[in-house]
Each structure stands twice: as structure tokens, then as C-alpha cells.
Design a binder for this molecule. Structure first.
Ligand code: ADP
Ligand code: MG
Length: 701
């Protein structure tokens, strides 16, 4: 019986004292031997090659050199000081600098003794410099096992400052393997190992930390990536199965008069095939006896509203009420207006509830809602207040779901004895790979087709100095009877600067487009809701030709005659936001335009964002670029999701692995939903182990 096992606290490992144990825990989440074992390098470098200083190139990446320190001095600078050393290898000299941990480093370095130096060089004022190099005495280096491919582990600034370098982590890894040996049990079923020709768990763990050669390292990575994604998918899919089996839902058996009359008499257009397909998926859920929990993705303008309405009518046909919640008052009002108009002549009672609904109306709504007289309630988050009680809510639809917090969404679940069916809608396309990981336990429907006859919005990028020609173009479009949005960034509504930009813009546009020929609306976050609504209405009615706004108009607004969108300081917007904004135009029969204004100086990311907008209008393509630029952690709705705290796999680069891992997880659970079969014993043990510390779906409502 070995003294230690994988559950042993990391503080018992040789080389780890209480301080280091605390740091490993707080910085890297490493608490046990197992955590360290599964702490994987994020890259490897070839340490068989030594450079000479006179061979260094300006673009040299990470290199190692053998040489000695000849001088060491502390230099005072504005804030604090830096430590500077001269390093020579006989072919030349270079400079080493440290900005942190100076005292400790100075004491530990020895002059005129050969070191192996490792790090990244920069060329500055005629001299090669290396900041915070890793250094090891040549005599020690020769003794150490770490030759050839050296793993580089992820680190943090704090760890580096406290002297826990990559070398220290590598040492700990050696101690770890010395303590626990290498008899790691297999976690994948034999059939999968065979099918993908994976190496064993034992070989994989050994080679990921101490690669024998590149070929084995590649195999180790392939196996561990698959394994990581496989167990996440297994959890997500099992959760979905459990929800379907356990969470009973209202069964909407029939499609009745509300739906049929509407479909026959009121539907203003033929549904697109994508809309029909999605509606079928929803109908299947609604009559399945299990609660629906479905995400409806559809690019801006793809026609999600009509799908929402038709689904609500099915609820009504089965004697239930329905609710539609939108993130802003403007959007809720617009839904209310368009749905009321669509339902003309159909005896459905619809009301609107928002923050600015008066006390008297509110009281009436509460009563009619509880008596069941009211069929559909549309509104903002005012809907989920505890005071709002339904007689029999059967379906809750949440538009632009990423605008709502988790708790807000989950409150909808409590609005009836059984949870109502939930349909969340989003116009922010989530790349499939990400959707599989983040929303793997939700059912997903996609409207991947725009209604016919839409003209693609022509998008152009113009610099601020071309402003006059842009204004000229706006005048021509207005002369044709079109309306124009001019949007300013207001990233933080309280930022004075942003507000000033908006007002300056308003002044300059007012000068350029004088009354009475031109009328201008302005809407921004600092205005009272009723003033906003008033200005919106003027624009909707066509009384004003120009709408100056901050990003409050980003979501949902539908004004078909507005065919030109000018986005000021477009470089300050994120890609998905730009795409959402552009979606406000191109809704009518006329050719629409989107003009992205920016200053001349642009970061390379900003250039990519703007050129992506100019070259494509495909929301999914845009989402893919966004994902590449920002990484998955920054996409909407993914922050809280531990799903993305991946140890080794990469959602973008390993999309194909994710796909096969998901496929295998599905087929395994299909044949053995509770993991009872003897051949899945491995999987069950590992599954229980991983799901113990998995809060990975806590965010999903
Ligand atoms: P979104 O998905 O962005 O919420 P909307 O539901 O607001 O899109 O629809 C955008 C516009 O397209 C609306 O004016 C709507 O009436 C129209 N529309 C929706 N579906 C169709 C269709 N099948 N054929 C023609 N027009 C449609
Ligand atoms: Mg919409």
C-alpha cells in the first residue's frame, strides 16, 4: 500500500510547503496529487539546441544559451527599480533584466559560473535583452532529466514572482511520479481505445509530462483531449436525459382554433422552410410530456417573432397562458404592437407589462392574469416579479436571452406548479462547437434561412476624414424617402466622454441637416423611458428622418423604412455588436447600407473586425471570427460556464475532436444510459470522479 494516493493533499508532496501549497491552490486550483497530475503543459520546446549570442536574429523566439554573468546592478527607475545583468558567452554579450522579485534573484545569482539561460529575446538599442530569463547552473542542468522536449506549464505572474518557475513545477512533477508510480487506471472503454487507436491512460500521462519523442507526445495529446471533451459531453448529455425523464411538462396535445384560424387567415406571409422546421421541433417538445427547454438561434431578421407567436397559440389552444419577455422596454413594446397587429380579428387577449405600466393598468393585468382572462402577457423583466401570478402559464418565451441573468431566466420556471415550457431566443449566433459545449444539455433549433426577397446590406468602411461625402450620401438617401440611424458607442452609460461624443455628434449633424428640411430624433440611455418612447415613435411614424442613438437600439427594433445605418467609432464595437446593429437595416424592400466610421489608426483586431463586417453578412461566419479574436471566454453567456475551463482541449482548434467525443458519448449513453454494463466500468468511475467537482451546468436554466 503506497503512502500516498491521488486524493492526497498536495502539501504532502516533496518540495511543497504550506506556502507553495496555498499558492498552487489559489493560482492554479491544484489541491491534490490528482490535480497536479492533470495539470498539463500548454506547450513544449526543443531544448536540445543551444544558440550563440552572435547568431541571434531579431525575430528569435525562445532560445537557450550557455554563458556567464559578468556584472549585476540595481538601477533605480521612476517607480521601483530593475535588476540588470551582463551576460556573455564568448561570442558576444547581452543584457538580462528583472523587474520583480529583484532581491531574491540578486541573492541567488552567481557571477562567473556557467549557466544555461532560457527565455525570449528582444532587440533594443543595439543590444539583445532577455527579461526574466529562466536560469539553471550548467552543472545542475547536466544532471537534470529534462532534456529534449521540455514541457512548459501555464503560469501566473504571482507564481513567477514567488519563484515558482516552470522548472519548479517540472521538479514537482518528477516528485509526483516518484511517489505515485505509473499504474494509472484506464478511463475509456476498450472499444473507443481500439477505434481511435488511442494509447493507454498511463502512457498518455507519462508522455504529456515527460515526452519521450514527438510522436508519443502527439498521441498523448490526442488521447487526453478526447478524454476531456468526452467526459464533459457525457455529463451534459446525461443531464439532458435526466431532465427529460424527470422534469415533467405540460402536454399540449392539440393544435386548435387559435392556431389554425391564425394560420389560415392572419399569417401575412408563407413561412420559410427553416421556420417550419423549427416549429415542428417545438411542437414535438410541447406534446412530449417532458418540459421543453429549447434554444432558438436565428440571425437578426430571420423571423423568430412569428415562431414565438405560433408557439404561444398552441399553448392557448391547450388552455394555457403564454408569456414573452424581452430585455428592453422598446423591444417589449414593439413585440406587443406587432403581435397585437398580427392577431387582429382573433379573440386573443394580449397585454403589455413594463416598468412604466401605471398602477391602475398593472392592477388590472394582475387580476386578469390570475383569473385566466388574459391569454398572453408581453413585457420586460417586470414579468418575473413575484407579484405577477399566472392562472396557468404553459409557455414562457425569452427573447435575446443573453441579456438576462441566470436567476431572471430561472424565475420563469417557478411561475406554475409544473415548470412551463421554455423557449429562449437569441440572435447572437453561437458557433456550433461552442453551442455543443456550453448549451450541450439544451435542445437547439436554428433558423438558418432568411425570408425571401431580402437584399444584402451593402457595408462600407469610411474614415472620419471622409465624413462630408458620407453626409452627402445620407442626404441623397433621405431625398429618396429613406430614414437613417446614426449610432454612437456608449459602452458604459455613465461615461462622460461617450456622452459628450454623442452630443457633439448631435450638434454637428444638426448643423449639417438643418430644420425644417430635416428632423432628428435622439435616443440614449440617460433619457426617461417615456421620452425615449416618444422619440422612437416620431421616427417610426416617419416624422424624423435621422435617429441618433446609442446602442440602446441594438436589439430587436424593426423599422423597415430605415435603410441606412452609420456607426460612429465603429472600431470600438465588438463584432457581434456590429452585426446586431447592422441587422436593424435591410428589413424593407429598399437597398440598405451600413457605413462603419473609424479613425485612421486602427489596431490589427479592429481592422479584422471591420473588414469581416465589410466582406460577410453571415452571422455564423462573423461569430466564428469573433470567437477566434476574443477566445471563447469572452463570448456572451460563456463566462460563468466552467465548460470552457479546459485543461488541454481547445474549443476552436479541436472542434473535430469535440464532434467525435460528443458522438461517442451519445452512442454510449444510448446503449447504457446508467453506465451499468461491465465494459463501461472505467467510464463510470471516471465519470463520477469528474462530475463531483462539476458545477459546469450551474448556469443553465
Ligand atoms: P428576428 O428574428 O430578428 O426577431 P423578426 O421576427 O423581427 O426577426 O422578423 C423580421 C422581419 O421579417 C419582420 O418584419 C417579419 O414580419 C418578417 N418575416 C418573418 N418571417 C417572414 C417570412 N417567412 N416571410 C416574409 N417575411 C417574414
Ligand atoms: Mg427579434
Amino acid at each position: 500500500m503506497p503512502a500516498y494516493n491521488l486524493h492526497t493533499s498536495i502539501s504532502y508532496l516533496k518540495g511543497v510547503g504550506p506556502n507553495r501549497a496555498d499558492l498552487l491552490k489559489s493560482e492554479l486550483g491544484i489541491r491534490t496529487f490528482a490535480d497536479l497530475l492533470h495539470f498539463f503543459p500548454n506547450r513544449y520546446i526543443d531544448r536540445t539546441h543551444f544558440f550563440k549570442i552572435n547568431e541571434l536574429q531579431h525575430n528569435t523566439a525562445e532560445i537557450q544559451i550557455i554563458g556567464t554573468l559578468t556584472h549585476l546592478k540595481t538601477v533605480k527607475q521612476k517607480r521601483g527599480s530593475r535588476l540588470v545583468a551582463t551576460f556573455t558567452d564568448g561570442t558576444g554579450t547581452m543584457e538580462l533584466v528583472w523587474f520583480r522579485g529583484i532581491k531574491w534573484i540578486k541573492e541567488s545569482l552567481k557571477l562567473n559560473v556557467p549557466y544555461v539561460l532560457f527565455g525570449r529575446t528582444t532587440f533594443y538599442k543595439g543590444l539583445f535583452t532577455m527579461a526574466h530569463p529562466e536560469m539553471e547552473l550548467l552543472s545542475n542542468y547536466k544532471k537534470s532529466l529534462q532534456k529534449g522536449m521540455q514541457p512548459i506549464y501555464p503560469s501566473t505572474e504571482k507564481l513567477t514572482n514567488k519563484g515558482i518557475s516552470n522548472r519548479v513545477i517540472s521538479k514537482l512533477m518528477q516528485h509526483l511520479f516518484a511517489e505515485i508510480g505509473t499504474s494509472f487506471s484506464e478511463t475509456l472503454p476498450a472499444s473507443i481505445l481500439r477505434k481511435y487507436a488511442f494509447i493507454t491512460k498511463k502512457e498518455a500521462l507519462l508522455n504529456i509530462h515527460f515526452p519521450q519523442n514527438q510522436a508519443l507526445l502527439t498521441k498523448a495529446q490526442a488521447r487526453l483531449k478526447f478524454e476531456e471533451l468526452f467526459f464533459i459531453q457525457l455529463q451534459l448529455i446525461r443531464k439532458k436525459l435526466i431532465r427529460k425523464a424527470k422534469i415533467k411538462g405540460f402536454c399540449f396535445e392539440k393544435v386548435g382554433d387559435f392556431f389554425n384560424d391564425f394560420y389560415k387567415n392572419n399569417l401575412p406571409f408563407e413561412l420559410t422552410n427553416a421556420q417550419k422546421k423549427v416549429l415542428k421541433e417545438i411542437r414535438k417538445d410541447l406534446r412530449s410530456n417532458a418540459q421543453m427547454n429549447r434554444l432558438l438561434q436565428g440571425d437578426v431578421g430571420s423571423g423568430k417573432t412569428i415562431v414565438a407567436l405560433l408557439s404561444m397559440l398552441i399553448a392557448l389552444d391547450n388552455g394555457f397562458q403564454a408569456a414573452l419577455m424581452a430585455p428592453t422596454e422598446i423591444l417589449a413594446t414593439q413585440h406587443f404592437n406587432s403581435i397585437t397587429a398580427l392577431l387582429k380579428g382573433i379573440p386573443v387577449k394580449v397585454k403589455l407589462l413594463t416598468g412604466s405600466t401605471g398602477a391602475k393598468d398593472r392592477k388590472a393585468i394582475h387580476q386578469e392574469l390570475e383569473s385566466g382572462e388574459l391569454h398572453i402577457l408581453i413585457g420586460t423583466h417586470a414579468l418575473i416579479e413575484d407579484k405577477v401570478k399566472f392562472h396557468n402559464l404553459g409557455l414562457a418565451i425569452i427573447d435575446e436571452q443573453h441579456r438576462f441573468g441566470v436567476e431572471q431566466r430561472s424565475k420563469m420556471w417557478l411561475k406554475n406548479t409544473l415548470p412551463p415550457h421554455i423557449l429562449v431566443m437569441t440572435a447572437t449566433p453561437i458557433p456550433r462547437t461552442l453551442a455543443m459545449s456550453v448549451y450541450g444539455d439544451l435542445d437547439i433549433s436554428v433558423i438558418d434561412e432568411l425570408p425571401p426577397g431580402r437584399k444584402e446590406v451593402i457595408t462600407a468602411h469610411r474614415f472620419d476624414k471622409n465624413r462630408l461625402s458620407v453626409f452627402k450620401f445620407l442626404k441623397e438617401e433621405i431625398a429618396k424617402g429613406r430614414q437613417v440611424y446614426v449610432v454612437y458607442p456608449l459602452i458604459n452609460e455613465s461615461e462622460k466622454m461617450d456622452y459628450k461624443d454623442l452630443m457633439d455628434g448631435y450638434d454637428s449633424i444638426s448643423r449639417e441637416f438643418p430644420k425644417p428640411e430635416y428632423q432628428i430624433s435622439i435616443v440614449h440611455g440617460k433619457m426617461k423611458p417615456e421620452d425615449k418612447e416618444f422619440e422612437m415613435q416620431r421616427f417610426i411614424k416617419g416624422e424624423t428622418q435621422i435617429m441618433i442613438a446609442t446602442t440602446v437600439i441594438e436589439v430587436g427594433v424593426n423599422i423597415p423604412n430605415a435603410s441606412v445605418m452609420v456607426i460612429e467609432s465603429a472600431e470600438r464595437f465588438g463584432l457581434s455588436q456590429l452585426h446586431q446593429l447592422r441587422g436593424r437595416v435591410g428589413r424593407g424592400a429598399e437597398q440598405s447600407y451600413c457605413i462603419l466610421m473609424s479613425s485612421f489608426k486602427l489596431s490589427s483586431d479592429a481592422k479584422t473586425r471591420l473588414s469581416t463586417m465589410v466582406t460577410t453578412s453571415d452571422g455564423f461566419k462573423i461569430a466564428e471570427v469573433d470567437l477566434k479574436l476574443r477566445g471563447p471566454g469572452n463570448l456572451m453567456g460563456t463566462q460563468q460556464s466552467g465548460v470552457l475551463n479546459l485543461r488541454i482541449a481547445d474549443i476552436i482548434k479541436d472542434a473535430h475532436v469535440l464532434k467525435s467525443a460528443r458522438g461517442e458519448a451519445i452512442s454510449l449513453l444510448r446503449t447504457d444510459p446508467t453506465l451499468q454494463l461491465p465494459e463501461n466500468r472505467n467510464v463510470k468511475i471516471a465519470y463520477l470522479e469528474t462530475s463531483k467537482n462539476a458545477s459546469i451546468w450551474a448556469h443553465i436554466s
